[in-house]
Write a protein of this length. Structure first.
Length: 341
């Protein structure tokens, strides 16, 4: 799976000088592993009384996960379904992604829709060849975009149109964070933070008994380097995902083409909402809803969040003068450590 660009929208604040200093005063040692998976990097930090190196097992989990839901692997389950191979049996990873997608699709009134894959591919945000799209071509593709055109029947997928294709990349990376977290739980590890491609879940406390900290970037158009931080957040048994249009985009005919596509119009989103950071108990939920909120735009996102108090949000947008503004749900103040100008 290749969802993210090299730089993160959310940054862990548990490494470097801070960790070196604090570990001098702690009896508990942090174990940190990192690597490359799903077209991006991952970082897992945990406290284990047995001092186990779990990297081989975690990398095996991530490899198996990709073989289920990565559109960048030709023989993955999702790729075989998209190419209409017969008798493809789905696994637990695919089923979890499909069911969550259906839930968020309904809740966002179709703003989040994984069947947008043919359009995302055509725009150049997938493994396929980029096309120069005209309105007639977009309209022709929209005829087989819509989650109502596909369903899960037992361990098989049934399509109403064979051209319907799925893309879970908008949220599967968040689910992979949950999968790794569940693995750590199975090893009786209760204090950890997992980050894959910028999606994060933290459980328990750090080595000083304090909440894990993460930083949310300012949404400045930037494909290569880190942006300055806009806010520092504490996480305790909580996930965060940020969706934004300032990392994955390209310029064409003087227009900025972003990777979030509106499933109803077939066009890249254009609104004043720059980034959406969503907090939830599971990273699959924070990731999927962050994408849906960004497509909805600011005003519809506010209405949506009021109906879903199980989610907390930190939205960054521009006002009519082009200045940064933020919208925060009521529970966000309990997570906030510091904000920057």
């Amino acid at each position: 799976m290749q969802k993210t660009t090299p730089m993160k929208k959310i940054r862990l604040l548990v490494c470097g000088f801070l960790c070196f200093v604090t570990s001098l005063y702690s009896q508990q040692q942090l174990i940190k592993i990192e690597g490359y998976a799903q077209g991006t990097t991952y970082h897992v930090t945990y406290i284990d009384a047995k001092n186990r190196d779990l990297k081989p097992e975690i990398e095996k989990i991530l490899k198996d996960f990709d073989l289920s839901v990565s559109t960048y692997i030709p023989n993955s389950i999702i790729s075989r379904i998209n190419s209409n191979q017969k008798d493809v049996i789905v696994d637990k990873y695919f089923i979890a992604c499909f069911n969550k997608a259906k839930e968020v699709w309904k809740n966002t009134n179709g703003a989040f829709d994984p069947t947008i894959y043919p359009l995302s591919n055509a725009y150049g945000f997938g493994p396929g060849k980029k096309q120069h799209l005209q309105k007639a071509k977009i309209d022709s593709i929209l005829k087989f975009v819509g989650f109502q055109l596909i369903k899960l029947k037992g361990d098989h997928v049934v399509k109403k149109d064979p051209r319907v294709s799925l893309d879970f990349n908008a949220f599967a990376q968040g689910y992979s964070v949950d999968v790794v977290s569940e693995f750590l739980n199975s090893k009786n590890i209760n204090s950890y933070i997992v980050e894959i491609g910028g999606e994060v879940y933290a459980n328990g406390k750090d080595q000083l008994g304090k909440s894990w900290l993460v930083g949310i970037e300012k949404p400045i158009d930037n494909k290569e380097t880190e942006n300055p931080l806009k806010a520092i957040i504490k996480l305790d048994n909580l996930a965060i995902s940020t969706s934004g249009n300032y990392r994955r985009y390209f310029m064409e005919d003087g227009q900025k083409i972003v990777h979030h596509i509106d499933p109803k119009t077939g066009m890249p989103t254009k609104n004043n909402l720059l980034s959406a950071s969503i907090f939830a108990k599971e990273c699959i939920s924070s990731d999927a809803n962050a994408t849906g909120v960004l497509v909805l735009g600011l005003e519809k996102a506010k209405d949506f969040l009021q109906k879903h108090p199980e989610l907390q949000a930190y939205l960054i947008y521009t006002d009519t003068d082009g200045k940064y503004k933020t919208y925060e749900t009521p529970g966000f103040k309990d997570l906030l450590v510091e904000t920057m100008e």
